[in-house]
Write a protein that binds this ligand. Structure first.
Ligand code: GNR
Ligand code: NI
Length: 177
């Protein structure tokens, strides 16, 4: 298994529309295993393939306390939604920021499992919110898109600064520059 690199906002690769899988192949199952390792290690409760630079409609999740309820959704489709609610969300691609987002509290979703078998799932609470958050990633959408332009640009500038400093730490910069 391999831990994958998680792309961070405002990386343009997070904005691509992901394509459906025609069939689930061996290399997808390898990717799923690597995504679980990456998600548990982060740690996070969900991870969508576009976050690890794979523009396909596949996501993994585990909202349990003991990391013992792994869930794979391939080509997910929301069949029904009910009752709006608000939850504080974070994102592994927007590290360090948590903001309120309006989502449906309950959804019915249809998807393929890791073997390519169709299933339906009724979800509520954190699981429902997480599925909607991950499905947004498949459409190139991030939770910061629901915030005001002002908040979003502040977050973008701070993350860009962090990313610059990571690629060129102060200690390696010449004092003359
Ligand atoms: O780890 C995560 N926690 C979380 C909390 C509230 C709402 C959504 C999420 S998803 C996030 C992991 C992630 O970025 N998935 O794309
Ligand atoms: Ni996310």
């Amino acid at each position: 298994m391999t831990r994958l690199t998680i792309l961070e906002y405002p990386d343009p690769r997070l904005r691509r529309m992901a394509v459906p899988l025609a069939r689930v192949e061996k290399h997808h199952q390898q990717l799923i295993d690597d995504m679980f390792e990456t998600m548990y290690d982060a740690p996070g409760v969900g991870l969508a393939a576009p976050q690890v630079d794979a523009p396909i409609r596949l996501l993994v999740m585990d909202v349990s306390d003991n990391n013992d309820q792994p869930l794979v959704l391939i080509n997910p489709d929301i069949l029904a939604r009910s009752t709006p609610g608000t939850m504080r969300e974070g994102c592994l691609s927007v590290p360090g920021y948590f903001e309120e987002v309006d989502r449906s509290h309950e959804i019915t979703v249809r998807a393929l499992d890791r073997l390519g078998k169709p299933f339906e799932l009724q979800a509520e609470g954190l699981l429902a919110v997480c599925i909607q958050h991950e499905m947004d990633h498949l459409d190139g959408k991030l939770f910061v898109d629901y915030l005001t332009e002002l908040k979003r640009s502040r977050i973008r500038k701070k993350l860009e600064k962090e990313q610059r400093q990571r690629s060129q730490p102060k200690s390696s910069r010449s004092p003359a520059l």
